[in-house]
Design a protein around this ligand. Sequence first.
Ligand code: GLN
Length: 475
Amino acid sequence: PRLRALCLRNARHTLPAQSQRRQINHFVSQNPPTADQPPPSQPQTTFTLAVKDNITTVSPLPTTTCASPFLASHASPFQATIVTQLQSFGAQLVAKTNLDEFGMGSHSTHSAHGPVAQSLGGSPYSAGGSSGGSAVAVANEEVDLALGTDTGGSVRLPAAYCGVVGYKPSYGMLSRHGVVPYANSLDTVGLLARTVGRIRELVVERGLWKVWDGRDPTSLGEATRRRCAEGREGCNGEKGRGLEGVRLGLPVEYNIEELEGRVKDAWVEAAGRLEERGAKVVPVSLPTTRHALSAYYVIALAEASSNLAKYDGVSRGQGFGEEVKRRILLGSYTLSSEAMDNYFLKAQAVRRLVRRDFDRVFRLENPLQDEQEVFDLSEMSDDIPMESKLGPAEVDFLLCPTAPTLAPKLEDVMSGQGVLDAYMNDVFTVPASLAGLPAVSVPMPVEGEERMAGLQLIGQYWDDAKLLGVAEAVS
Ligand code: GLN
């Protein structure tokens, strides 16, 4: 049976014809799996892996271009920890995937390799971004698993557009050593697959979530990991227990004008179905939501401008694409002395409020809650005791769409859609990024539509194991 399973698996991984590949343009470099058995040194339970091209790999795919003209032939001397970890579990690296340059974008169109497309009914649609190449590779069943990066939604948005599962871990949980930074205080490495189960197996059952990496300064230390895991049901690899008794919150502020009617209908319907299956669904309020997007685009761009300053010299004007140049200019401006107070510092204040909104509604406390902040608040109001989580216990997870619309046609994105429209796609994904919370997008069918939408579940900090368990039950 093992051999049969292997043959079936390999049969599924036949790559699309060359012409179709060029059209969808999701791979930057490839090392296709052979139809033979894996080499004897490989564990028996192998799976194929594609890696976003802003995550470093070594042989057999030595270049990491970040889809930037600057790094067109860059070969990293070392490999990202997360890739090595997955290889130790049996991953066969078969491709590096196309993306928005340095992860900056929402449609995977700002790439030195040209835009990524997903083909639906023979027409090219946006694959979402910036991990669009990874999402397409998974959706096309060319790989079992793909790595992406999620700074403000870049794993969840393409997963939603392409009808696959995309998981963004708690900030600091999975190693970012070897992941080229975009905005350090927000960057995470994320996983895409066709089922939640595959992701849960690697992260929870095989213990990736536990591993501290001393080479990644943002990787949470061991003592803090232990403290964070306290009270996190399911964190010891226990499988999710279905939906009975799980409280899901629908954030009322996510019902925005830009939310497409059929995506909203699908969301409401999904909530109803989950209620029938034993979940308790309640409305919750996250009042700072409407400021989160602006705050994100101030903070992310400020950090990006500082990160990219190392690519200096006379070729700076030529080495970056348009979108990256725009972001460096905006980011440098918000950090300049005359704009700092009005933009960067305000955005940091909004970020704290976004986190506080989440802490108010979740049943669990945020283990990283700033004690000073609780103290300041308790000074202001007698209702807030010192150890308070800042609000009544309301929900275990939040349930909302991943993006306000379905995947647009690629030509509309390339021709008509303005910069602000593209930024707007991130409206439902950036709040969890600003707060460092885990979130997962699972495919959500839309009535009368071939395209899928994404249903997003957001959990309290470090509640990843239970989040993935519930997402598995939901999908
Ligand atoms: N679309 C968002 C941006 O352009 C998110 C990108 C990301 O998560 N890497 O910043």
